[in-house]
Design a protein around this ligand. Structure first.
Ligand SMILES: NC(=O)c1ccc[n+]([C@@H]2O[C@H](COP(=O)([O-])OP(=O)(O)OC[C@H]3O[C@@H](n4cnc5c(N)ncnc54)[C@H](O)[C@@H]3O)[C@@H](O)[C@H]2O)c1
Length: 323
């Protein structure tokens, strides 16, 4: 049995508790949350012991699941890693780049596993297409949500856009060449809406818009490449592929268009999207990577890379506001 402790039992921590309870081979030892009201309801609902000293809980477990607000991620991760414990930490991995670099170093020295909660990697709409031959040259991203004070201790870049940054970095096998960004703080002290252009060495360009002050929700990534368009709707959990007709693809809806080079047949298909619980799947894979001594699905280096791009974006926005 892998012994787990949950640090932070708020909105996301409770989702984690629900899922850990369903995962085989795991023993939930207890949770740490400084909020008395939250702690009381969690103890009652989950029949789980509350610890008021994080170190005491840390001593009793094999792995820490950290779902506290982002500004506490580093100190809790550091405590866990110093004590030789594996770590699952919610996104973004840390708050500052100094913290992220230090954590990567500590994880390596302690030889423990760390997985970052970039849960969109497990979104069924993404799983349905991620193993296709993806080589996007232009990427259009929209992540829009209504305002919610939760998560506003950090900017919309670290709160929402970081999900898309991680997905893009997992798809584009090239280094970031340049970042352009604009953002506005409307409801909080940090950018609530931002538009970003990321240019890669291989010529790929990603255009991202993230907002936490929109009237309607949207979470879409559109990939354009030499022979195809791939649309991924993370909210509706649907994917779409439009490409030149592949004779093996019998399921696709097709139509003809006239071009200068003759008639081309276009095929439209919707890959099968499996019914997957993304949070359960990411936690299960974290557990498996510990048991099988394998790399985690989203490593501390992935977490650092996403943070690095996010911080470049934040610097560009700050400069554009100052000038
Ligand atoms: N992966 C995702 O899609 C996703 C979605 C939402 C939030 N998150 C991340 O999860 C984290 C938590 O967000 P949330 O929405 O659950 O917030 P929340 O405010 O609902 O919950 C945070 C909980 O942590 C507790 N807490 C405060 N200080 C703590 C400390 N020092 N140690 C332990 N617990 C502490 C609070 O009392 C609260 O109960 C954030 O880092 C956020 O970015 C990820």
């Amino acid at each position: 049995m892998l012994k787990i402790g949950v640090f932070g039992a708020g909105h996301l921590g409770k989702f984690h508790l629900n899922n850990w309870k369903e995962i085989e081979g795991v023993q939930l030892v207890g949770f740490y949350d400084p909020g008395d009201r939250t702690a009381k309801s969690v103890t009652e609902k989950y029949q789980l012991k509350r610890y008021t000293d994080p170190e005491e809980l840390m001593q009793l477990i094999d792995a820490a699941d950290i779902a506290a607000p982002t500004n506490f991620h580093f100190e809790l991760c550091k405590m866990a890693v110093y004590m030789g414990k594996h770590v699952f930490v919610e996104k973004p991995m840390c708050n500052t780049m100094e913290e992220a670099h230090e954590l990567v170093k500590l994880v390596k020295e302690a030889n423990v596993k760390l997985q970052v909660g970039h849960v969109e990697r497990f979104n069924p709409a993404f799983l349905a297409v991620k193993d296709l031959q993806l080589n996007p040259m232009f990427i259009e991203v929209h992540r829009l949500s209504q305002f919610n004070p939760r998560g506003t201790e950090v900017s919309v870049i670290l709160d929402l856009m970081i999900h898309d940054i991680d997905i893009i970095l997992s798809l584009v096998k090239s280094n970031v060449k340049q970042v352009h960004a604009n953002g506005v703080a409307v409801m909080t002290d940090t950018p609530d809406i931002a538009n970003v252009r990321i240019e890669f060495d291989n010529g790929c360009v990603a255009n991202l818009t993230s907002s936490r002050i929109s009237m309607k929700k949207m979470r879409k990534i559109r990939l354009f490449q030499r022979d195809a368009y791939i649309g991924i709707d993370f909210l509706e959990k649907k994917s779409e592929i439009i490409k030149m007709k592949d004779s093996e693809d019998k399921e696709a809806f097709t139509f003809d268009i006239e071009t200068k080079n003759g008639t081309k047949t276009i095929a439209v298909s919707n890959p099968v999207v499996k019914d997957v619980n993304a949070i359960k799947m990411e936690l299960e894979q974290f557990k498996d990577s510990i048991i099988n001594n394998q790399s985690t699905a989203v490593t501390e280096v992935d977490g650092l890379r996403a943070m690095d791009v996010a911080h470049q974006i934040l610097q560009k926005i700050q400069r554009s506001i100052a000038s």
